[in-house]
Ligand binder design. Structure first.
Ligand SMILES: [Zn+2]
Ligand SMILES: [Zn+2]
Length: 392
């Protein structure tokens, strides 16, 4: 078994879409032209189109047969605020905007699948094609979920994929359980009592408290999190004072936490508040903490991961499907959807540089999605639908 043949035939057309999207990148929640393009294509394929879900999000609904089951396939559409350094003909026409994460490729693969499935309809049930905005830190998936995505378009499972530079073309990686870290940001405001720098006995030194809180926070991962759970806490900013001879009244610590389960993330948030307040109180100061989970961890349902890996193996052979890739410390906002519906997020090889590039890291000004990966990704989604919603 290899790529789905009618999809291979769409390769040239998909490459055209991908390069057009690449030349016209748009930031999160500004995907006007992109969502117009997606909606127009879906309509042309004869697919029912719903717009404005999560602001610039688009959902295409394709039904076949009589089964009431539905699944979701998701692609992201936004670009990054990066000035492209590539010089090829389809380089970004928008200054300071670039598809440097390959979301142009993800959108194109899902459109290719949509075109194929709308023409063949060799399944029984409903496919929801979910084109989400604002993956790069602005919460596009969260916005779609808040707009009733899964209430309006019920899905028994949801699947998405991200390209991975350096992984050979025609290869997939599928991990069960936690796959990418969740991320939180925090601020801790410390209030002491300002005083003259030469008269510390008259004040409560917020700078000294901030230093002790910073050190004590490192005990959380070391002493509160189970050693078998992976997590990291980094204090990345300390602000306080602006004169040589003033002990400042206040100081602020800020930083980030990464963890692979919601439980560990909550545990760290709770302990962070306790440690900050307790240490500050020991010095006669007050601490107030604000802990914000920006992305939940991306956790694949083990059953759906096995299922997805089986589909990948049908397309490229089991030897090209990596089942135990390393945990990824970066975050992914598909996690908001996986929090609602079981599913799986997989990686697709963007090339290792030996066969037409693809090895440049994402978020780099020289990155480009590898068009040779398009038929593999589109075939994965197509086979998944035809097998999961097989006609009986
Ligand atoms: Zn990215
Ligand atoms: Zn990305």
């Amino acid at each position: 078994m290899a790529v789905v043949e009618p999809i291979a035939v769409l390769h040239e057309e998909m490459t055209g879409w991908r390069r057009d999207l690449h030349a016209h990148p748009e930031l999160g929640f500004e995907e006007q032209r992109t969502s117009d393009f997606v909606a127009a294509q879906l309509q042309a394929f004869g697919i029912e189109v719903h717009r404005g879900i999560g602001r610039t999000g688009v959902v295409g609904v394709l039904r076949a047969g009589s089964a009431r089951r539905g699944i979701g396939l998701r692609a992201d559409m936004d670009c990054l605020p990066i000035q492209e350094e590539n010089t090829f003909g389809y380089k970004s026409k928008h200054s300071g905007r670039m598809h440097a994460c390959g979301h142009d490729g993800h959108t194109t693969m899902l459109l290719g699948t949509a075109k194929y499935l709308a023409a063949t309809k060799n399944f029984d049930g409903t496919v929801n094609f979910i084109f989400q905005p604002a993956e790069e830190g602005l919460g596009g998936a969260k916005a779609m979920v808040a707009d009733g995505l899964f209430r309006r378009f019920p899905c028994e499972a949801i699947f998405g994929m991200h390209n991975r530079p350096g992984m050979p073309l025609g290869h997939f990686a599928v991990r069960s359980g936690p796959m990418m870290a969740g991320g939180a940001f925090f601020d801790i405001d410390i209030e002491g009592r300002g005083a003259h720098g030469a008269r510390p006995e008259a004040g409560v030194d917020s700078v000294l408290v901030a230093a002790h809180v910073t050190a004590a926070l490192q005990s959380i991962v070391a002493r509160n999190v189970r050693p078998v759970d992976t997590a990291v806490l980094s204090v990345t900013q300390i602000h306080g004072g602006n004169a040589y001879n003033v002990i400042p009244q206040t100081a602020r610590l800020s930083g980030t936490v990464r963890a692979f389960s919601n439980e560990v993330m909550e545990l760290i948030g709770r302990n962070l508040a306790r440690v900050a307040e307790g240490v500050a109180a020991g010095f006669g100061a007050k601490a107030k903490s604000d802990f914000r989970v920006i992305f939940p961890p991306t956790v694949n349902d083990p059953r759906e991961a096995d299922y997805a890996a089986g589909i990948c193996a049908e397309i490229v052979g089991a030897e090209r499907v990596k089942r135990d890739p390393a945990l990824i410390m970066a975050s992914e906002d598909f996690s908001f959807m996986l929090n609602e519906v079981p599913g799986c997020y997989i990686n697709i090889g963007n090339g290792d540089g030996t066969d037409g590039g693809g090895a440049c890291e994402v978020h780099n000004p020289a990155y480009d999605f590898n068009d040779k990966a398009l038929p593999y990704g589109a075939s994965f989604f197509a086979r998944l639908v035809e097998k999961r919603l097989a006609r009986t």
